[in-house]
Each structure stands twice: as C-alpha cells, then as structure tokens.
Design a protein around this ligand. Structure first.
Ligand SMILES: CC(C)(COP(=O)(O)OP(=O)(O)OC[C@H]1O[C@@H](n2cnc3c(N)ncnc32)[C@H](O)[C@@H]1OP(=O)(O)O)[C@@H](O)C(=O)NCCC(=O)NCCS
Length: 164
C-alpha cells in the first residue's frame, strides 16, 4: 500500500464518499448518516486515499466502526468499484482493526446480507465466523442477515496482541 494513505474521515470527505456509497449499497447512507457517525463519540471512521499525480489524493475506500464497551461493530466498508479485487479491503480492514491493538476488546462483529458474497468472503478471509443467520431480516428484499464475529485477540489480527 505504498501509494496509499489511511486517514480519519472528515466532513470534507463526504461528497466523494457518497459517490462510492451510492455505487456500492442497496440502501446507501445519506450525508446526514455520515455526519451523524462523525459526531458520534463511539464512532471511528477511516478513509483510504490513493496518491494521484501532483501529490493529490483520491478517496478509494472507507469504513465505519463503533466501539461499544469491549466490542467493535463494523458498520460499513466499501471500495470504489474500479479498485476492487486488488486486496484493498483486506489490507485496509486489517490495518484499521490493528489500530485497536492493545485495548481490552473481545471481538469484532458485523452484519451482511446473505447475497453479499464479496463481503462475506472478505470477512471469512480475515477470520470472521458466521455466528447466526436471521431469516427475512431486510424489509426491502426479504433477505436473511448473516451475523459474523471475529475474536480480536485469539491469535491476534496482524500480530496485535492484548497487552493487558
Ligand atoms: C466487499 C468489498 C469491500 C471487497 O473489496 P475488495 O477490495 O474488492 O476486496 P479484496 O480485493 O480485498 O478481496 C479480499 C477477499 O474478499 C473476497 N472477495 C472480494 N470481492 C469478491 C467478489 N466479488 N466475489 C467473491 N469474493 C470476493 C475474496 O475472498 C477476496 O480474496 P481473494 O482475492 O484471495 O479471493 C467490495 O466489493 C465493496 O465495496 N462492495 C460494496 C460494498 C459492500 O458490499 N461492503 C460490505 C458490506 S457487508
């Protein structure tokens, strides 16, 4: 990821994020949703930027976590369509999870739509396991929701270990 940098998400990033969001999700978040995350004290939001010519940067991926007691909730991750299948999500998510290393965190949890093979396979590759499947969870498509969990410090993510 030599020409890539990871930053905290800022309000000025939202215009660009919304373009990726609308190309990525069945029910995309609005500007208000992202602003709400940015102002939530439990929220951790990151962007991944690719260096262009003239040292300008373009956002190519983003993710949103919430840290609630000892659990990280992955609310959202997306990569711009033209940059997919290059291991970007795999490395970005692993790196961002690694920033929680050393804290007393038990696990990371998330929800995925049953038809989201790309997302589910990405999470399995990172070490998430399917914990439950709830039928007809999504009111728009009647899809099942897949609940997945990764125990954070069992074996560590990216070598990060609980220091406590
Ligand atoms: C899911 C998403 C973030 C993956 O991003 P990506 O950068 O293309 O993923 P990576 O290249 O890092 O892939 C890592 C692994 O994920 C899985 N994967 C990624 N895209 C896949 C696809 N289209 N089909 C099947 N598996 C896929 C594979 O296991 C892959 O490992 P491999 O390349 O060794 O086979 C991207 O497709 C996306 O933004 N989708 C729309 C938003 C979304 O669905 N987010 C997840 C919500 S649950």
């Amino acid at each position: 990821m030599s020409d890539l940098i990871i930053d905290r998400m800022l309000e000025k990033d939202i215009d660009h994020i919304l373009k990726i969001e609308q190309a990525s999700f069945h029910q995309p978040w609005s500007r208000a949703s992202f602003l709400s995350e940015l102002s939530n004290k439990y929220s951790y939001n990151f962007v991944l930027k690719l260096e262009n010519s003239f040292e300008t940067y373009q956002i190519i991926a983003y993710l949103c976590f919430r840290l609630i007691t000892d659990e990280i909730h992955l609310l959202k991750i997306a990569v711009t369509p033209e940059q997919r299948r290059k291991e970007i999500a795999f490395k970005f998510l692993n790196h961002c999870l690694g920033t929680f290393g050393g804290r007393k965190i038990k696990s990371v949890i998330l929800e995925a739509r049953q038809t989201n093979t790309a997302g589910i396979d990405l999470y399995k590759k990172i070490g998430f396991n399917i914990e439950a499947r709830i039928p007809n969870y999504y009111s728009d498509t009647r899809e099942d929701v897949i609940l997945m969990r990764k125990n954070f410090f069992k074996g560590g993510i990216n070598g990060y270990e609980d220091s406590n």
